[in-house]
Design a protein around this ligand. Structure first.
Ligand code: SF4
Length: 395
């Protein structure tokens, strides 16, 4: 038999291990795990993807700079898209037309609904109220498991939409008796101008503003938005930069900065972590994430672990085992987070709110309904402990 030298031995060993990897993936995920996983799925600027002229739902962008004669750079999110005339942004909703940056998602939402606030999920902000909810097409992330890819991964002009400028949104919210307007479903960062102008008008009418987002936004526009923002739910996709790049096409650090900015600006916020099997189901990572949350944001920020269901490019992965969610909830509570929820699992004890002091049930949830409510003002009915959140009128 021919002897192998050292280099051949290493090469053959690597080839053998490489051949096992798809087998392991097939065994673990029933053949659903992608066979080749790129390290970074960040989107790119679409060269020549802009229309020739602005349309009815165009608005000059906020927070952009001109670079030279006709190049522009958008300052809304960490992608910092540099657009030549005729280019379209990573998020698909911004274009450079003759040296001016336009948002094409202004007044043309592709989704308009009235939702219970519990659906956002926001469990510690005005429970039992409704939120007038809007989204325009586009997203600055590329999540393989996107739940709303039919609107997030398309151009604003390529999806069905309605004509609803900011003042009309506020009127519709008022007539539907919603207490708040939620910017949600796709990614509100990419329709920042529309959201900001609507939020300013809503604030004047005493309507609250909710941001439901992945939090991939630069500090300056976020600080400006915080002046008119009342609450947010930010999806912390994982606690690993490598996973952010591989699963979401983004980076971790800017999202952590978003939490610190919201905290510093005094905006009520909650966090969501969608537990995607094979990507975001590592207990050590969850422990590190929760340790960071307690150290930087304190123990009172509600954290929601959500069950994953097969979707979009990960449509052949299994749903998250309920036991994983239960375990992550325990880890988070052991780490010191006081309000930890499990979502997308009807009947789970983690659907409800318990007083962190006396442990009695304060809010029972059945789906988005609240059959039991044991707060008096902002206090526990049983032991009078103040429960973190915004429970009645904002002061
Ligand atoms: S908001 Fe859109 S245009 Fe602006 S930097 Fe982000 S991806 Fe690019």
């Amino acid at each position: 038999m021919q002897k192998l030298d050292r280099r051949q031995f290493i090469y053959c060993g690597a080839a053998f291990l490489g051949s096992l990897t798809p087998c392991y993936a097939f065994w673990r995920f029933g053949g659903g795990f992608p066979q080749t996983v790129p390290d970074d799925i960040r989107g790119h600027v679409f060269s020549g993807g802009a229309p020739q002229k602005p349309w009815k739902w165009s608005h000059e962008g906020f927070a952009y700079k001109k670079l030279g004669k006709d190049k522009v750079v958008c300052g809304i999110c960490p992608h910092h898209c540099v657009l030549h005339p005729g280019d379209r942004s990573v998020c698909r909703s911004k274009v450079n037309i003759d040296g001016v940056l336009y948002s094409l998602a202004y007044g043309n939402p592709c989704a308009v609904h009235i939702d219970p606030i519990e659906k956002k999920p926001l469990y510690h902000f005005l429970p039992r109220t409704t939120a007038f909810s809007i989204a325009a097409a586009g997203c600055n992330l590329r999540c393989l498991n996107c739940q709303n890819w039919e609107i997030s991964q398309f151009k604003p002009e390529d999806v069905r939409h309605v004509d609803l400028f900011p003042s009309a949104v506020v009127k519709r919210a008022q007539s539907s008796r919603a207490r708040s307007i939620a910017y949600t479903y796709s990614e509100p960062v990419t329709f920042f101008e529309y959201m900001f102008d609507t939020a300013r008008l809503a604030r004047r009418q005493g309507i609250y503003n909710l941001l439901i987002s992945a939090g991939y936004i630069n500090r300056r526009p976020l600080k400006a938005l915080c002046r008119v923002l009342d609450a947010a739910n930010i999806n912390l996709k994982s606690f690993s930069d490598a996973i952010y790049r591989r699963l979401n096409g983004a980076r971790l650090k800017p999202v952590l900065d978003t939490f610190e900015t919201l905290q510093e600006q005094g905006v009520h916020f909650e966090m969501t972590n969608l537990v995607v099997p094979g990507y975001v189901d590592d207990a050590d990572m969850v422990r590190r994430m929760c340790t960071w949350i307690v150290a930087h944001l304190g123990p009172d920020r509600p954290l929601h672990f959500l069950r994953f269901f097969p979707r979009y490019k990960l449509d052949r992965l299994p749903p998250t085992p309920v036991s994983t969610l239960t375990r992550f909830r325990e880890i988070a509570m052991q780490t010191g987070i006081r309000y930890v929820y499990v979502g997308n699992v009807p009947g789970h004890p983690g659907n409800h709110t318990y007083c962190h002091h006396c442990k009695k049930m304060l809010i029972e949830r059945q789906g988005f309904r609240v059959p039991t409510y044991n707060l008096v003002g902002s206090r526990c009915r049983f032991c009078n402990t103040v429960i973190p959140g915004v429970w009645g009128e904002k002061g």
